[in-house]
Design a protein around this ligand. Structure first.
Ligand code: ADP
Ligand code: 5GP
Length: 201
């Protein structure tokens, strides 16, 4: 069995994407609980923290002016407007840990994941980010189920849920671009598939 753990000769840069509400945060949380050596790439965002979110843990919460300055300084691997707020992946959050031989996991929207793939393809073939790149699309069994999950999660206003559902149709149409697609119907089964991808079993 392939062992990717903490080996600089066998890096892993895991990019997990999904329509909002499909379960990517849940699956990433399960993965990090089982494999605490994973470094989570903490993004910057201009959205306000939700209850309980600490700065520097879920996100670096920054203002729009600072975000734009950091874009101009070239600090982001990619950045995008998602649901009306700015989000960006810091190069340092990915490249530093990979250079140290750590495994990196990222939670990102579908357009952002495609941008990351494009940027990584421009890196030298021997770079850890390129050699270890694995992008996974988490899908839902249906849009009805996605609505149910967004409603049950209870974090979004009704109009936000409608917007996320509209976005989901376009996002799901792009799933063929990804190295792997996992349909998150039964959670344990979906997690088993993610784990198998990561451990190479
Ligand atoms: P995302 O990070 O993709 O936006 P979340 O991980 O926040 O999605 O999941 C959205 C909601 O759906 C949460 O309330 C979560 O507990 C629930 N959920 C996740 N996976 C499943 C599943 N397989 N079956 C039912 N509910 C799920
Ligand atoms: P939330 O605000 O609910 O945490 O995240 C909203 C969306 O932004 C999710 O789809 C999440 O994956 C995405 N996202 C989080 N960080 C980044 C990032 O750095 N870049 C991009 N493009 N999207 C991100």
């Amino acid at each position: 069995m392939e062992n990717r753990k903490k080996s600089s000769s066998n890096p892993l840069f895991l990019v997990v994407t999904a329509p909002s509400g499909a379960g990517k945060s849940t699956l990433i949380r399960m993965l990090r609980e089982e494999f605490p050596d994973f470094v989570y790439s903490v993004s910057c965002t201009t959205r306000a923290p939700r209850g309980g979110e600490q700065d520097g843990v879920a996100y670096h919460f920054i203002g729009e002016a600072e975000f734009r300055e950091r874009v101009a300084r070239g600090e982001f691997l990619e950045h995008a407007v998602v649901h009306g707020n700015l989000y960006g992946t810091l190069k340092a959050a990915v490249e530093g840990p990979l250079a140290e031989g750590r495994r990196v996991v990222m939670d990102i929207d579908v357009a952002g994941a495609a941008q990351v793939r494009g940027r990584v393809a421009e890196l030298p073939p021997e770079s850890p980010a390129r050699r270890g790149f694995l992008d996974v699309f988490i899908d839902v069994p249906s849009l009805e189920e996605l609505r149910r999950r967004l409603e049950t999660r209870g974090e979004d206003a009704p109009e936000t849920i409608e917007r996320r559902l509209r976005n989901a149709e376009g996002e799901r149409a792009r799933r063929g671009e990804f190295a792997a697609v996992i349909v998150n119907d039964d959670l344990q089964e979906a997690y088993g598939r993610l784990k198998a991808l990561v451990t190479g079993s």
